[in-house]
Design a protein around this ligand. Structure first.
Ligand SMILES: O=C(O)CCC(=O)C(=O)O
Ligand SMILES: [Fe+2]
Length: 393
């Protein structure tokens, strides 16, 4: 990568299910997990689904999962509606339509760091197939999933639960499968081979998602006044990471989270799911993201916040859980190649001293961000303020 490089639509009515939260808190890191790996007689590292399936009649949330959330951060304290929705077909339309779509993407990126897209060009059939193989994966016997178990955050393929189980932290109600994708699928031979169609379907899906990301990166580049290929070029060979999440039904959903508040490390995360659960923080308020089949949710990650020198903000988001439904989400992050130096785009700075972020190698940033049990945007704030390039975890 070149070292100098590193959402508008119908606005729905606001309907508050309760008053909006106002305080930000990232304090979900109380060390409440005991050194034992056993919860209710079950090895919790095998996953929340395994725990639920093997603890008869779980009526209360095991204390290890109780997150010390202040009242204002409770999952049910959320606003519904008002999420930007962008019709991407405008990018292939007339000059006016293109400009108006680019404008919509720029303003959503600046105001929300988040938007939803329709007419994105990815067939519904491949989206459905991808969701199906992920559902099948999480439904496999635990021994099969544990073939991919790893606590090393940099391993190319990982099955696991909560955040980072090598560190003590209050547990999160979530199992995950993560692995690298394309654009060059180096680790393809390590991807799950069960279900048997997994590799084929995931490869196809990840290729399509990468192309969609490149289209949106182009619009974002133009919106920033950069060459349309600027961000694409900054990615070099690029890194794509899929994080598929499974959130089983939870006995006391208001006391825990599937995934605590965080921002993603890459440029753009493109996400689909099979139900509601994603929440995003906007103006210090948590908004519930509705589930609209056939559309994608697009999150701006830290890489774009840094590249834009803070003009666009990576969105803080979290996943809440439900009392009666299993939710699956498939989040795919697109970022630069691992050795890329992440820093603001040269053409956006008149003087070097205008840079608000210290340069950092992308791999080091991911390692720090994934290892930390501090949540929110702590990793990003640390590279804004620290005098060295190390993220303190
Ligand atoms: O499940 C969700 O909606 C959020 C997933 C997510 O934020 C992630 O995997 O980074
Ligand atoms: Fe995320």
């Amino acid at each position: 990568m070149n070292p100098s490089l590193p959402i508008n639509g119908p606005v729905m009515a606001l309907t508050a299910s309760s008053s909006p939260p106002c305080a930000t808190s990232n304090n979900d890191n109380s060390p409440s997990v005991t050194s034992s790996n056993i919860i209710m007689g079950v090895e919790y590292k095998k996953g929340v689904k395994y725990l639920v399936d093997n603890s008869k009649d779980m009526k209360m949330l095991p204390p290890e999962f109780v997150l010390p959330l202040p009242e204002s951060e409770r999952p049910s304290l959320v606003i519904h509606g008002c999420i930007p929705l962008i019709d991407l077909s405008g990018l292939n339309g007339t000059v006016e339509q293109r400009l108006s779509t680019i404008h919509a993407i720029s303003s959503a990126s600046a105001e929300w760091g988040f938007f939803r897209v329709t007419n994105h060009g990815i067939k519904i059939s491949i989206m459905d197939e991808m969701l199906k193989v992920i559902e099948e994966f999480f439904g496999l016997p635990v021994e099969e999933k544990m073939r991919y178990a790893s606590e090393n955050v940099m391993d190319p393929v990982r099955y696991g639960t909560s955040l980072n189980t090598s560190r003590k932290h209050a547990l999160h109600w979530r199992d995950f499968l993560r692995h690298y994708g394309g654009p060059v699928p180096h680790s393809y031979h390590l991807w799950p081979d069960n279900p048997s169609s997994y590799r084929h379907v995931a490869k196809e899906y990840l290729k399509e998602v990468w192309q969609l990301a490149i289209k949106i990166f182009g619009a974002i580049s133009e919106g920033l006044g950069l060459d349309p290929k600027y961000i694409e070029r900054s990615l070099g060979e690029g890194t794509q990471i899929i994080a598929a999440n499974c959130y089983p039904p939870c006995p006391e959903p208001n006391k825990t989270l599937g995934l605590a508040a965080h921002s993603d490390h890459g440029g753009l995360t493109i996400l689909m799911d099979n139900g509601i659960g994603l929440q995003i923080k906007h103006n210090q308020t948590w908004f519930a993201v509705p589930h609209i089949p056939g559309t994608f949710v697009v999150n701006l990650g830290d890489y774009l916040e840094i590249l834009s020198n803070g003009r666009y903000k990576s969105v803080e988001h979290r996943a809440v859980v439900s009392a009666d439904k299993t939710r699956i989400s498939v989040a795919v992050g697109q970022g630069p190649e691992m050795t890329a130096i992440v820093q603001p785009a040269g053409p956006l700075l008149k003087e070097k001293s205008e840079s608000k972020y210290r340069p950092i190698v992308y791999k080091d940033y991911i390692r720090g961000q994934q290892s930390t049990i501090k949540r929110g945007k702590t990793a990003l704030h640390e590279i804004m303020t620290s005098t060295d390039n190390k993220i303190d975890d």
